[in-house]
Design a binder for this molecule. Structure first.
Ligand SMILES: CC/C=C\C=C\CC(=O)SCCNC(=O)CCNC(=O)[C@H](O)C(C)(C)COP(=O)(O)OP(=O)(O)OC[C@H]1O[C@@H](n2cnc3c(N)ncnc32)[C@H](O)[C@@H]1OP(=O)(O)O
Length: 558
């Protein structure tokens, strides 16, 4: 839906489709109907398009991709209708202008934004391309080079960066009233010529360099987006903006989106988009307890026990999440020194690349609190144990934590396969114990598998889930069983690759093929990173050849 009103010669078309104003067929129809009203009203001299609620517009409604996506007005028809309006249109951006939302804004004659707004053409992350003129209008506004950067990787940019390169005409402070500011801006441009304001009519400034730029991005995309089809199709579509008139370029863009829409890669990425959001709504089966009716415990002080590969990554994830007090406990002096050095080096790297500021880096380093005995953890709200994968060592640690930690402290184990209930039983309050299984390298990998022990309390589960989300992880709640979900899935993959070794392949050959296919790391590289000893321990503990495996099971044959 879109609402329509008029204020001092300015018509306001406000998108109204909570929570994110996705461009469903109703919203597109609402915009078109409002536009007609504004064009017909002689008292209207300018138009503002804005979004109600928390955001301007996040783009096409992905849930409609299978059904109403083509209903008139289609998004690519709507943008051309908007651009050809005889009355000036101002896009008033707050929150997000993503995908089709940004394409609508590019079709407007002016764009203003709050400094806090974010802009992106992230369609490539759904395995498609910006199919509402994005590949043709953006290059006419910011050039081929920057457009390839924006569209082939789909990253988000601040309104200020967008203003610096010519997408945004005016920035307002983040606390300004976007609608009021945009209406005033619209009044200031009444009567001005629209000749240079229709982006599709502009030339592409760096068109003559297109072959050179294309080669550069093909190389980068080839390395960064191995195996993905959409980024290359995006590059091709942008190239056409340089070589063809707008209308012909649009035909190429259409061919591109039609080829990608419905591809296996796009279907999988869209499935992943919704699945990643769905897992936030966790539930404890058969109890009625869920994410909506359970509050997490307040967590300010966190401790990590063990500074090996996993512990280091967990500490970094906590620091990046803004936790101001992260105790680190590693009794082995060399491991402690190496671990702290590793963490500080990574933070230096983030600061050098501009991912964090110098001030943020210093505050993260200050948040690190090395501790040397369990007594020092008595005020901690959440302890994450990340030591060697051995039940007896973990039981020893949890017994000590049970004695020293305050009763409300959440005690989490990063075990990748061991029985969380068995660990919990050595503490006086097993309901405080939960699994938080990170994946290596923990500061990079987005998945966090939280393991619900049979005694874990709802608040403890909510706290682990909440902490995962604070760390920006895709946080999934799973049951307590050998290998949980992640390693049970991974096991089938490793079994198959190990068969290949038995059949004569070298580990590096297997890894090369997997990386070419699109995996960030090969299976044997992952083994080296996580430690092949951990896999060995898991298998030994599982006793693969014991009676649990029926005769004829592959494991018993090997
Ligand atoms: C002819 C062809 C023409 C055009 C083709 C155009 C292609 C497109 O426009 S494709 C869409 C491009 N846009 C995106 O990919 C944006 C996707 N959304 C996001 O990245 C994020 O939602 C966000 C904008 C960064 C906001 O994040 P956040 O504030 O964390 O909110 P979320 O929890 O992610 O989302 C809230 C809620 O909205 C649902 N949702 C988000 N985007 C869409 C969408 N484009 N379509 C439908 N639904 C969307 C999301 O699933 C959440 O739903 P819940 O039910 O609350 O889980």
């Amino acid at each position: 839906m879109a609402n329509y009103s008029v204020r001092n010669q300015v018509a306001i078309i406000s998108l109204c489709s909570p929570p994110v104003n996705a461009l469903s067929s109703d919203v597109r129809r609402g915009i078109l109907d409002s536009l007609k009203k504004a064009e017909q009203d002689v008292k209207v001299a300018a138009i503002v398009i804005c979004g109600e609620g928390r955001t301007f517009c996040v783009g096409a409604d992905i849930t409609e991709f299978k059904s109403e996506f083509k209903t008139f007005p289609n998004l690519f028809e709507l943008v051309d209708i908007l651009e050809s309006s005889p009355k000036p249109i101002v896009a008033a951006i707050h929150g997000h202008a993503f995908g089709g939302g940004l394409e609508v804004a590019l079709a407007c004659h002016y764009r203003v934004a709050l400094s806090s707004a974010k802009l992106a053409l992230p369609e490539v992350k759904l395995g498609i391309l910006p199919g509402a003129g994005g590949t043709q209008r953006l290059p006419r506004l910011i050039g081929i080079d920057s457009s390839m950067q924006w569209i082939a990787f789909g990253d988000e940019y601040s309104a200020q960066i967008a203003a610096n390169i010519g997408i945004i005409d005016r920035i307002f402070p983040s606390n300004a009233d976007i609608l009021e500011s945009a209406v005033q801006y619209a009044q200031s441009i009444i009567g001005k010529s629209l000749i240079n304001r229709r982006v599709s009519k502009l030339p592409v400034k760096d068109a003559s360099k297109v072959s050179h730029i294309m080669e550069k991005y093909k190389q980068i995309v080839g390395k960064k987006s191995r195996g993905a089809i959409a980024p290359m199709v995006c590059l091709e579509a942008i190239k056409h903006a340089a070589l063809l008139p707008y209308v012909e370029g649009m035909k190429k863009e259409r061919m591109g989106i039609e080829a990608l829409m419905g591809s296996d890669q796009s279907k999988s990425l869209i499935y992943m988009f919704f699945a990643e959001r769905q897992v936030r709504n966790w539930t404890i089966p058969g109890t009625g307890i869920n994410s909506k009716n359970t509050k997490p415990i307040k967590v300010e002080k966190v401790a990590v026990i063990g500074l090996g590969t996993m512990g280091r990554g967990i500490v970094l994830s906590l620091l990046k999440a803004g936790i101001k007090h992260v105790s680190v406990m590693e009794l082995n002096k060399t491991a402690r020194e190496n671990g702290l050095l590793f963490i500080k080096n990574i933070l230096e790297g983030y600061a050098a690349r501009g991912t964090i500021s110098e001030t943020q880096k210093r505050s993260m380093v200050d948040a690190l609190k090395p501790v040397s005995n369990f007594e020092m953890l008595k005020d901690t709200d959440l302890v994450i144990e990340a030591v060697f994968e051995s039940m007896s060592i973990k039981k020893d640690i949890f017994a000590k934590l049970g004695q020293v930690c305050k009763p409300s402290a959440v005690l989490a184990t990063n075990t990748s396969a061991l029985d969380v209930d068995e660990i919990a039983m050595v503490t006086p309050k097993p309901k405080q114990v939960v699994g938080m299984h990170f994946f290596a390298p923990a500061h990079v990998m987005k998945l966090l598998e939280n393991v619900r022990g049979s005694k874990s309390s709802p608040q403890v589960i909510a706290t682990a889930m909440n902490m995962g989300q604070r760390m920006g992880k895709v946080t999934v709640l799973v049951g307590n069983c050998h290998g949980f979900v992640g390693n049970r899935m991974f096991r089938h993959y490793t079994v198959e690759t190990d068969f290949m070794l038995e059949e004569g392949a070298y580990p590096e050959q297997v890894d090369t093929v997997l990386k070419k296919f699109g995996f960030a790391m090969g299976r044997y590289q992952v083994g080296d990173l996580s430690g092949n000893d951990i896999g060995y321990r898991m298998r030994t503990k599982f006793e693969m050849t014991n009676k649990q495996q029926p005769p004829g099971a592959p494991e018993r044959e090997r």
